[in-house]
Write a protein of this length. Structure first.
Length: 100
């Protein structure tokens, strides 16, 4: 089987024409990059991951995101957790650090 055929089978929304999912994936990645940038201000993320004890990461997410998710709008939640509404700079920084 061609490698593309195998990998494309995992992206089910491509086969039914549901293009709307792709912008949602990008928004999720943008929020994740911004949360990570904010988390790194108080948590030594690299050391935590290296140690295998992810409790500090889960605690930050719980305190700043998960426990407040249903109480605020998305913009309010992101601003409370990170100090600003969604800012593409964090995603751009993530992409540069990872791929360039």
């Amino acid at each position: 089987m061609h490698r593309f055929a195998l990998s494309a089978s995992y992206i089910t929304n491509q086969t039914d024409g549901s293009f709307g999912y792709f912008p949602s994936y990008t928004l999720g990645a943008m929020y994740a990059a911004q949360f990570m940038a904010a988390m790194k201000k108080t948590v030594d993320v690299d050391s935590v991951i290296k140690s295998g004890n992810l409790t500090p990461i889960f605690n930050w997410l719980s305190d700043n995101v998960w426990n407040k998710a249903s109480l605020f709008t998305t913009d309010e939640l992101v601003k409370a957790a990170t100090g600003e509404t969604l800012n593409p700079v964090h995603f751009q920084t993530h992409l540069k650090n990872r791929y360039l």
